[in-house]
Design a protein around this ligand. Structure first.
Ligand code: NDP
Length: 300
């Protein structure tokens, strides 16, 4: 079998179009412009790239984008004061604090100081609890993007066996909750899982969120299964020239694509969906804040 490629880049484009169309409607019918504030502390190069990309895409869908770039030495009190100001700003519907934060700042404290209604990353403890109890919440962007692609590909996920490899708070755990919410039978695997190959072989859906380049080989994959590769790993690529790198996922794409029914590539799979879902979450937060109907298909 040769797997169908789930094109996350194209799918993210359709999500952004849907968001942009709804933003246009909000502006013309309600005179409301959704606003996203991104806070970056320090000068981590990867974070700077993400923040630039988020700001650019926010503007492209017609939303207001505000960036707060703070010095690496910023005190916790100053950061909390900024978040408080954004929590009380009616033109801001989504607040994202770019992680990781410098070591002297308490990440949990900072994230939990964001108003849960504006927590478009879905990391606030209230949103974690709401998701865990099947209530309306802000859903973390990366797992939300994975869920959207799975629903689009399969229609209903009900009754499917899903294995999530990885139990992080930002990907693995919320992914498992979302799959459970869609009535999958869910297994969460991690570094202590016994006989991981056998566990993965049972899965109709495999979500790999491990952070280990090409860790999952094709012979772990059940024939026809759907493979969602969350991993983004930079590995040396001497074939491209000295000192060059390339991106690979957590699954060995070539061998997994031979057995899977469908698979997301890296790059061009889950990655582009993450920012698209951030925009979707900002729109959802704006609609909820104004008591307006939410657009369909943009949240769990
Ligand atoms: P974490 O490092 O927080 O979690 C990794 C998880 O993988 C842990 O639960 C760990 O288990 C598990 N693990 C590690 N080694 C093994 C192993 N040998 N067998 C089974 N499980 C193992 O990573 P994240 O969840 O933050 O990210 C995972 C990947 O997804 C990374 O490549 C990251 O770059 C990527 N990512 C991509 C995003 C996107 O937009 N596409 C967004 C976020 C992340 P244990 O808990 O036991 O240690």
């Amino acid at each position: 079998m040769s797997a169908q490629i789930i094109d996350g880049k194209a799918f993210a484009g359709t999500v952004r179009e849907k968001v942009a169309a709804h933003v246009t409607k909000l502006k013309s019918e309600n005179n409301i412009t959704p606003g996203l504030a991104v806070v970056l502390v320090g000068e981590d190069p990867a974070s700077q790239v993400y923040v630039r990309s988020k700001g650019k895409q926010t503007v492209e869908v017609g939303m207001k984008s505000v960036e707060h770039k703070l010095d690496v030495e910023t005190s916790e009190a100053d950061l909390l004061a900024l978040i408080d100001q954004l929590n009380n700003d009616d033109s801001i519907h989504g607040i994202l604090v770019q992680l990781p934060l410098p070591k002297h700042l308490d990440e949990d404290l900072v994230i939990n100081s964001i108003s849960p209604a504006k927590d478009v990353d879905g990391f606030h403890i209230s949103n974690v609890g709401l998701l865990g109890t099947g209530q309306k919440s802000m859903v973390p962007c990366t797992p939300l993007g994975c869920l959207m692609m799975l629903r689009d590909h399969h229609g209903s996920l009900s009754g499917m066996d899903a294995v999530v490899i990885g139990r992080s708070n930002i990907v693995g755990k919320p992914m498992a909750q979302l799959l459970l919410g869609d009535s999958c039978t869910v297994t969460i695997a991690h570094s202590r899982t016994k006989d991981l190959p056998e566990v993965v072989r049972r899965a109709d859906i495999v979500v790999a969120a491990v952070g280990r380049p090409e860790m999952v080989p094709g012979d772990w994959i059940k024939e026809g299964a759907t493979v969602i590769d969350v991993g983004i790993n930079r590995i040396p690529a001497p074939e491209k020239g000295e000192g060059k790198h390339r991106l690979v996922g957590d699954v060995d794409y070539a061998s997994c694509a031979e057995r899977a029914g469908a698979i997301t590539p890296v790059p061009g799979g889950v990655g582009p969906m993450t920012i698209a879902c951030l925009l979707a979450n900002t729109l959802t937060a704006c609609c909820r804040a104004n008591g307006l109907e939410e657009p369909e298909g943009l949240t769990a």
